[in-house]
Design a protein around this ligand. Structure first.
Ligand code: ADP
Ligand code: ASP
Ligand code: MG
Length: 240
């Protein structure tokens, strides 16, 4: 079975959390699965990078090159954590993985997966860790997918690689009818359809990037949203 797992920033905010996430990946490998891991930048790294900009209106191409660095760090750290657990692993940036996007810097849309680098690494028995949130355009320039875009990377890879499962690990144990951090009485959906999820995402529910839900609907990729910190089945987002 081929499994795509995505870990968000809060699931990777320090070394211990990266090691915890690596343990979950290792478990999949021990069960005999091939795993593609998609990582976000650690914690609030992307916000911190934005705060450290030195010009008010940066060139969007350069802004993408700058912001993409956060995910590159966490991909390498996650890969090191996996290797330490004895799991053969390799990190790839969006461009190394061949994730082609349009040229709309800072808000690019995924077009296709070119080349077969990920499949080759998987065939060689490696777990592949891919930077979320970024790709490459036809000019060979780095692009980013918009804030929250690592979810979209995960679904795009699951669709193009025809993965059996796409698991999105985050800091809440599923999708709720309202933000469970703001509303303690919010109710979790065990299952939610693509259209209802798209509505929530477009209304600002951060838990899934709206483009990721669009892509999942288009390619019929079921998404499981789970907590990195608590056990439980979370929420399945799928055709209903
Ligand atoms: P990650 O770093 O894992 O990508 P995000 O911060 O992007 O995580 O998304 C998870 C957050 O989304 C939760 O901490 C929660 O506060 C927020 N959220 C907003 N609306 C919802 C909702 N309807 N269901 C679940 N979480 C929601
Ligand atoms: N690191 C990016 C962001 O903070 C992408 C992501 O986390 O999904 O928006
Ligand atoms: Mg997110």
């Amino acid at each position: 079975m081929l499994v795509v797992q995505k870990y968000g920033g809060s699931s990777l905010s320090d070394g211990q959390r990266i090691r915890n996430a690596a343990q979950k990946v290792a478990q999949q490998v021990q069960w005999g699965n091939q795993v593609v891991v998609v990582v976000s930048a650690q914690g609030d790294t992307t916000d911190e990078l934005l705060q450290r900009l030195i010009t008010p209106r940066p060139d969007p191409r350069e802004l993408d090159a700058y912001l993409a660095s956060g995910e590159q760090q966490s991909a390498a750290l996650m890969t090191m954590a996996l290797q330490e657990l004895g799991i053969p692993a390799v990190s790839l940036t969006g461009w190394q993985a061949g994730l082609l996007t349009d040229s709309h810097h800072t808000d690019a849309r995924v077009r296709s997966l070119t080349g077969d680098r990920i499949s080759k690494e998987l065939q060689q028995g490696k777990t592949v860790v891919v930077t979320g949130f970024q790709g490459v355009d036809i000019h060979g320039d780095l692009t980013t997918l918009g804030r929250g875009g690592s979810d979209t990377t995960a679904v795009a890879l699951a669709a193009f690689l025809k993965a059996d499962r796409c698991m999105i690990y985050t800091d809440v144990d599923g999708v709720y009818d309202r933000d469970p951090r703001k509303y303690p009485d919010a109710v979790r959906y065990p299952v939610i359809g693509y259209d209802a999820m798209l509505k929530l995402a477009r209304e600002g529910a951060q838990v899934l990037h709206d483009r990721c839900v669009e892509l999942a609907k288009q390619h019929k990729v079921p998404i499981q949203v789970l907590s990195s910190f608590r056990s439980g089945a979370g929420t399945m987002v799928k055709d209903q």
